[in-house]
Design a protein around this ligand. Structure first.
Ligand code: GLU
Length: 293
C-alpha cells in the first residue's frame, strides 16, 4: 500500500541575536508553538543574524537558553542567516536580471539632511508605515553612464528595489491571507507605501525583507506567525515573493506586549527581559501568566 503523507504545516520563530529576549519574544515563540501543536505541524527556529555589526554569539547563546527554559521546543538544525548569504545573493541577481534594482549612493546623513531641509521649507516628506522617510529619487533617476561612473569611483552603496518598476511589472494587485489579532481576511498589498526598499547594504549582504522571504521559502514555511509590528511589512514580503516566484505562506500577526510607557518593548528594557525575570525567581508558568496565556 502506498502512503501519501500530507505535507505538514511549518511554523517558525525567527529572533535576531542583537539583544536579549523579552516578554514580546516569549509571546511570539509560545503562540507559534501552540499553533504548530494545534495544526500538528513542525516548529522551526531561525536565527536572523544578517546584520553582523549588531548580532553577537553571546546573544544567540542566551536565546537558546531562554527559549528552552520557557518550554519552546524547536526542530534541529537551526537555520542561521549568516550561513546562507549565497541564497540572498542569488535572489538579488534574479531581481537585477529583471532590471528592478539600482545602486543607492546617498548616506543616511545625506537623506536626513534632505528631509530636514524639505520639512523646514514646509514641504512634508513622504514616510513609510514605520515612520521612516522614503528614499529620495536621485539615484533611481540617474543615467546609466552616471551610475557606471559612480560605481567605478568605488563609492559605497546599497542596492534598492525600484518600486515603481516592480509594481508596473507585476500589473495585478496582490493580497495575503491574514488570521491574526488585527485586520483579518484577504489584505490588499500596499507595497508602494514603502518606497524603494533596501535589499542589501554596503555592510550587510542582504536586508531583512529579502532574507525573510528567501528563508521562509527555503524552509517551506506555511504559516508566518509574528507580532503586529510587522503587519505592514508583509506588503513588501508579498511583492518580493511574487517577483521571485516563491510560495506564499498564511500570515498571523499577533498582539504585542507593550511597556509601561505604552510602547513596543525594546531589547534594552531589562525588567521585561526573560533572563532578568528568570534571575529574579519567576518560573516559566509565571511568564505564561504575565503574557495572559
Ligand atoms: N527577526 C525579526 C525580529 O526579531 C522577526 C522577523 C519575522 O518574524 O518575520 O523582529
Amino acid at each position: 500500500m502506498v502512503h501519501i503523507e500530507r505535507q505538514k504545516p511549518v511554523f517558525r520563530f525567527a529572533p535576531s541575536p542583537n539583544g536579549f529576549l523579552h516578554l514580546g519574544h516569549a509571546l511570539s515563540a509560545l503562540i507559534n508553538q501552540q499553533m504548530a501543536l494545534d495544526a500538528q505541524g513542525r516548529l522551526l527556529l531561525r536565527i536572523e543574524d544578517i546584520d553582523q555589526t549588531r548580532c553577537r554569539p553571546e546573544f544567540e547563546h542566551e536565546i537558546f537558553s531562554d527559549l528552552a527554559w520557557i518550554g519552546f521546543a524547536w526542530e534541529e538544525p537551526v537555520r542561521r542567516q549568516s550561513e546562507h548569504f549565497d541564497d540572498y545573493h542569488a535572489a538579488l541577481r534574479r531581481l537585477e536580471d529583471q532590471g528592478l534594482i539600482y545602486p543607492a549612493f546617498l548616506t543616511r546623513g545625506e537623506v536626513k539632511a534632505r528631509v530636514h531641509a524639505a520639512e523646514a521649507a514646509g514641504k512634508p516628506w513622504p514616510r513609510d508605515p514605520d515612520g521612516a522617510p522614503l528614499y529620495p529619487p536621485d539615484d533611481r533617476d540617474r543615467s546609466p553612464a552616471e551610475r557606471q561612473r559612480l560605481l567605478q569611483s568605488g563609492l559605497r552603496h546599497a542596492l534598492r528595489l525600484d518600486m515603481q518598476k516592480a509594481l508596473a511589472l507585476i500589473g495585478t494587485p496582490l493580497a495575503w491571507t491574514e488570521t491574526g489579532d488585527g485586520e483579518k481576511g484577504e489584505i490588499q498589498v500596499n507595497a508602494a507605501a514603502w518606497g524603494d526598499v533596501i535589499l542589501s547594504r554596503s555592510d550587510a549582504p542582504s536586508s531583512y525583507h529579502l532574507s525573510v522571504v528567501v528563508d521562509d521559502a527555503a524552509q517551506g514555511v506555511t504559516h508566518v506567525v509574528r507580532g503586529l509590528d510587522l503587519f505592514h511589512a508583509t506588503s513588501v514580503h508579498r511583492l518580493l515573493q511574487h517577483l521571485l516566484d516563491l510560495p506564499q505562506p498564511l500570515y498571523h500577526h499577533h498582539r504585542l506586549i507593550l511597556g509601561p510607557d505604552g510602547r513596543k518593548l525594546s531589547k534594552s528594557q531589562g525588567s521585561t527581559g526573560i533572563a532578568a525575570l528568570r534571575a529574579s525567581g519567576h518560573s516559566p508558568a509565571d511568564i505564561r501568566d504575565l503574557l495572559g496565556l
